[in-house]
Write a protein that binds this ligand. Structure first.
Ligand SMILES: C[S@@+](CC[C@H](N)C(=O)[O-])C[C@H]1O[C@@H](n2cnc3c(N)ncnc32)[C@H](O)[C@@H]1O
Length: 319
């Protein structure tokens, strides 16, 4: 399928204008590293799956493609894929090459997937999808189609590198911010994971998630949270991140989701993020969670805030 034909198939869900914008961004004119990324993707080896009948699968949390090759081939492949560093979400495995991303995203998936259940025939929007790791998990759980959006072009390029092998027409990762998507009321399931606290106007973000969910559909909102009854508005950085505007407490999250119109709001999980889940690796060699925590008191960030804890909420849009 050409990019044009592929995008045409998405018009009904995303609208023509955002897709035009995504196509322009995927041509890369605006990004200084684009030519290097594109060259890395263009020089990837031809997909050569092993004898397995499945084109790709999920193996112990990694999104796996049965690529065949020699040790030398895999060394060269690793060098090409390292051009797309940092790999934040994963893991992925291409034959014997294990892309050990910063996040063991399978751990979040394990906390969420039981509550989601089977996703047969669902059309899903994943807001802030990164390179699309969760999209593969959702397709594996039966989804009909997953559209991921993320303004970071690098993550879309990582998805294209994976799609070079997988060639799965049910999954797209587009370089768009959620605010660029017109309200379409047509996704059966909308995910917003790790995005809420990055939005200056959290209420507007939840309203948008609601507007993108079809009547009778479901939404998942996963976010950093603080314990207790008061949301935290960090005066400066939070865990070294500059763009954390508000970390909600759980009662405020319930209220905000209800105010946006959601019903049947449920708390699925609350977990502390540990360096077993988020850490530096050879595929993400910048600092990670460990360097953001107080070395004397890992219950605090280096700014003195409560250490990262995350909640997963699920809610429905009334029919
Ligand atoms: C903390 S990461 C979470 C990634 C993934 N959803 C997860 O749960 O692991 C937040 C992601 O949201 C993306 N993001 C930031 N602003 C966004 C926006 N306005 N619209 C959509 N995605 C956004 C970032 O680029 C980043 O990839």
């Amino acid at each position: 399928m050409t990019q044009d034909a592929l995008f045409q198939s998405l018009y009904p869900r995303l609208g023509q204008w955002p897709l035009k914008l995504a196509a322009e961004r995927l041509e890369g004119g605006e990004h200084g590293d684009f030519a290097r990324w594109q060259e890395a993707i263009d020089s990837l080896p031809a997909p050569s799956p092993g004898p397995s009948s499945e084109p790709w699968s999920v193996k112990t949390g990694a999104i796996f493609y049965p690529l065949q090759g020699t040790t030398t081939d895999f060394k060269a492949l690793a060098t090409q894929l390292q051009q797309l560093h940092p790999w934040r979400k994963g893991p992925f495995a291409l034959g014997s090459l294990f892309i050990d991303s910063e996040w063991r995203s399978d751990q979040k998936w394990n906390r969420l997937s039981g509550a989601l259940g089977r996703l047969d025939e669902l059309s899903i929007l994943d807001i802030g999808c990164g390179n699309g790791y969760f999209g593969w998990q959702m397709l594996n759980a039966g989804a009909k189609e997953v559209i991921g959006i993320d303004p970071m072009l690098l993550f879309c390029m990582q998805h294209l590198a994976i799609q070079h092998f997988f060639k799965d027409p049910r999954h797209h990762v587009l370089p768009l911010g959620v605010e660029e998507i017109p309200n379409s009321y047509c996704f059966d399931l909308v995910l917003s994971m790790g995005v809420l606290y990055h939005r200056k106007n959290a209420k507007a973000h939840l309203d948008k998630v609601f507007a993108l969910t079809r009547p009778g559909g479901r939404a998942v909102v996963e976010t950093l949270i603080v314990e207790g009854e008061r949301s935290l508005t960090p005066p400066g950085r939070y865990a070294r991140m500059r763009n954390v505007w508000e970390v909600p407490c759980i009662p405020d999250l319930y209220r905000a989701l209800a105010l946006s119109g959601f019903q049947a709001v449920e708390l699925i999980d609350v977990s502390t993020t540990t360096p077993a889940e988020q850490r530096s690796t050879p595929w993400m060699h910048f600092d990670s969670l460990e360097q953001a925590l107080d070395a004397q008191d890992p219950g605090r960030t280096i700014e003195g805030h409560p250490a990262p804890r995350r909640a997963i909420m699920m809610a429905s849009r009334p029919s």
